[in-house]
Write a protein that binds this ligand. Structure first.
Ligand code: MG
Length: 382
């Protein structure tokens, strides 16, 4: 029988790569539900192509366009946050959580509640509300498999090993578009320059986060949450070639790492197929042809946001939410030309010093409410 699949964030970079992987396995998987933010044209096209049963759009004003476009098909159309949660609640063999940012939180938690396996690419949810995702998946028995390349690497290196004997882990960073820029040069960086990632082809938010190394900071926090590690057990190594994605240092001196050409379809297929490996059309890693693989310690002076994120790993949840969401506000403003590149870190730092710990962050509503106050505070810092 075919396994049913829900794709949250289907029109984004990870979502489209997921479709690409599943296209090669149409006898084994049925894309049963897809969700997107506001891109109703692509959503309708994918829904028709794959005869999808449930289609959700978060932007309610696009509902009528989507509904018209899908009239005459068997698709059931949903809109808004409630509609998307209703889709998640229908239950799936596999859910792919690939909405970028805090906006993906509620649906990621719902997917953990109602799916057998959650392939998670929405790192911001893990950073802001791992407590809720973990609770939901434990209660439902949902298996969580990371899709982010570094975390997939760690997962693959830890799987089948005794994880009590881990000394530490390391995730690698390409260094982003500005890896050789001085602070003075960074001050004049435009969105166009920062959006040119050297190795990976990704969405705008994560590409800007790669340029500030905020992305690597979020990923270090993500690794600590996923694998239950403290700040002293998570390292970041700058590795320009993006071939080695993660390393696990075991207590006996062995280091196990995972390598591969940068291609998100590899980690997506790993997560979807787990525990079996799928076959995808990929370019083979040819090590002798590579002139070198380089490794450096990160430069915290040029990239202070990475240092800040690493220092927050063991800190309180409200600070993690603040770091994440102040960055979302700042990156948005930078992309719109409202602030300069270095203002991103100023907004994050100022917002962090202005936020206080709320009484409780034990429920989704409390986390959403706190997040709203971070957005308001960060907007004042623009
Ligand atoms: Mg990554």
């Amino acid at each position: 029988m075919k396994q049913s699949v829900l794709i949250l964030g289907v029109t984004g970079s990870i979502g489209m790569s997921t479709i690409n992987v599943l296209n090669q396995y149409q006898d084994d998987y049925q894309i049963k539900a897809i969700v997107s933010g506001s891109n109703w044209q692509d959503l309708a096209r994918i829904a028709k192509e794959h005869k999808v049963q449930y289609v959700g759009i978060s932007d309610e004003s696009s509902y009528n366009n989507l509904k018209d476009e899908l009239s005459g098909t068997d698709c059931q159309v949903f809109a808004g946050q409630e509609g998307i949660l209703e889709i998640c609640g229908k239950g799936y063999d596999i859910a792919v959580a690939a909405i970028a940012g805090f906006a993906g939180l509620a649906s990621t938690i719902a997917a953990a509640k109602y799916s057998k396996k959650l392939c998670i690419a929405n790192k911001e949810s893990i950073v802001c509300a791992w407590n809720l995702i973990n609770q939901a998946s434990k209660a439902s028995g949902c298996k969580i498999i990371p899709v982010d390349s570094e975390h997939s690497a760690l997962f693959q290196c830890i799987e089948n090993h005794n994880n009590k004997k881990i000394h530490k882990v390391a995730i690698t960073a390409s260094g982003g578009a500005l890896r050789d820029y001085s602070r003075d040069q960074m001050a004049g960086v435009t969105p166009e320059i920062a959006l040119k990632h050297p190795n990976w082809n990704m969405g705008a938010k994560v590409t800007i986060d790669s340029a500030t190394l905020v992305n690597k900071g979020l990923e270090a926090i993500e690794a600590a949450k996923l694998f239950d590690l403290s700040s002293s057990e998570v390292d970041v190594i700058v590795h320009r070639e993006s071939i080695v994605h993660g390393l696990v240092y075991y207590s006996d001196g062995s280091v196990i790492s995972q390598l591969g050409v940068p291609d998100m379809r590899s980690t997506i297929s790993y997560a979807i197929g787990y525990p079996h490996r799928m076959e995808i059309n990929h370019s083979l890693l040819n090590l002798p042809e590579m002139t070198k693989l380089s490794f450096e310690a990160p430069d915290f002076t040029r990239f202070p946001m990475l240092k800040l994120a690493l220092s927050l790993i063991d800190d309180e949840q409200y600070k993690l939410i603040t770091f994440n969401s102040a960055d979302e506000v700042a990156v948005n403003a930078f992309l719109k030309g409202q602030i300069g590149f270095l203002d991103i870190e100023r907004v994050i730092t100022e917002t962090l010093s202005n936020m206080r710990n709320p009484n409780s962050l034990g429920t989704l509503e409390e986390i959403q409410q706190f997040n709203q106050s971070v957005i308001e505070q960060a907007s004042k810092c623009l």
